[in-house]
Ligand binder design. Structure first.
Ligand code: NAI
Length: 329
């Protein structure tokens, strides 16, 4: 079974290398290139391809993969908004993903971002390095006793809800389905109520037509002044231009983003020597109360090990024609 592994990083090779011996039938070739129409022809002769969040697995890519004889697309992530699932189905290409590998890894980063923007840790770190021990610009607020609003209470949202409870926060949530595991401490409310009552809003729902730009000027206006907004889910849940308007209206105590709309060309690339022609991200970073990380929620040793193990099992299952809950349909 031959697997072409796109956009392979050193840590991918390490984590997949560690579990590969448990999958003796699988042979992996790693390449640096991202999966997109231009690079899809490289997959000729491979049974499956492995791709990540920034890949373009649209119809054009899938058509080429089909011509190359590829039978499965294995996403080494939970989200699959970059895959044209309907086209894959028409072509008979199996798509599998890793629905859960370490929800706490993402939830802990969400809380880290919330804390970092609240207590301005990025500023404090730089100030002390510069021998500046003043407290100017560092004042935060207490989380204890405040209200956390969790949008989407699936695996990651539930983990975040538990962390917030641990901080002594009242936890409210909005989801299209209620998670019974949270019944003892989470109160479900409407999205409008969540926006109006929360001191910390953390987004954990998937990107779909119904959630695209769910945070926009209208929803921002419904939030409390001094709210903290954290997005570790998908960038396009937030309308960035309107978020910037909200920041300029002084709506936010802080904004922490592990994902943002413009991230596709940036994710895991070193662009430090480039001059950006236009960059909304740069505008966002000009604000003192915004902190951006580059899609690192999943990046813990535990999550990487689980991703490797589950992806290779998905490969075996796909080749054996086994349907599993990891199928994307
Ligand atoms: P999940 O599928 O367990 O939970 C998603 C929840 O969102 C479900 O409870 C669902 O009912 C809810 N939902 C669906 N539509 C909604 C709507 N319109 N409004 C509110 N809630 C809605 O997914 P999981 O594992 O918790 O992941 C959540 C998201 O986190 C993923 O979709 C992915 O985009 C993102 N993610 C980010 C990572 C990172 O490194 N930053 C890593 C892994 C996932």
């Amino acid at each position: 079974m031959k697997l072409l592994f796109y956009a392979a990083k050193v840590y991918d090779k390490k984590s997949f290398g560690l579990v590969l011996e448990r999958f003796p039938g699988v042979e992996i070739e790693y390449i640096d290139h991202e999966l997109e129409p231009r690079t899809a022809p490289i997959a000729k002769g491979f049974d499956a391809v492995c791709a990540f969040v920034s890949a373009n697995v649209g119809a054009e890519t899938l058509d080429i993969l089909k011509e190359c004889g590829v039978k499965a697309v294995l996403m080494r992530c939970a989200g699959f908004n970059n895959v044209d699932v309907a086209r894959a189905k028409e072509l008979g290409i199996v798509v599998k993903r890793v629905p859960a590998y370490s929800p706490e890894s993402v939830a802990e980063l969400a809380m880290a971002l919330a804390m970092a923007v609240n207590r301005r840790l990025y500023k404090a770190y730089n100030k002390v390095r510069e021998n500046d021990y003043t407290l100017k610009g560092l004042r935060g607020v207490l989380f204890y006793g405040k209200t956390a609003g969790i949008v989407g209470t699936g695996k990651i949202g539930a983990a975040m809800a538990r962390i917030c409870r641990g901080f002594g926060m009242r936890v409210i949530a909005y989801d299209v389905y209620q998670n019974p595991a949270l019944a003892d401490f989470v109160e479900y409310v409407s999205l409008d109520e969540l926006l109006a009552q929360s001191d910390l809003i953390s987004l954990h729902c998937p990107l779909m037509d119904s959630t695209y730009h769910m945070i926009n000027l209208e929803s921002i206006k419904k939030m409390k002044d001094g709210v903290i907004l954290v997005n570790t889910s998908r960038g396009a849940l937030v309308d960035t231009d309107e978020l910037i308007q909200g920041i300029r209206m002084n709506k936010f105590l802080g904004v922490g983003l592990d994902v943002y709309e413009e991230e596709t060309g940036n994710v895991y690339e070193d662009r430090s020597d480039e001059i950006m022609e236009h960059s909304v991200t740069a505008r966002l970073l000009s604000f003192p109360n915004v902190m951006i990380t580059s899609h690192q929620g999943f990046y813990t040793m535990e999550a990487l090990a689980a991703i490797a193990e589950i992806t290779l099992q998905n490969m075996v299952d796909a080749m054996e024609g086994k349907e599993t809950p990891n199928d994307v349909k």
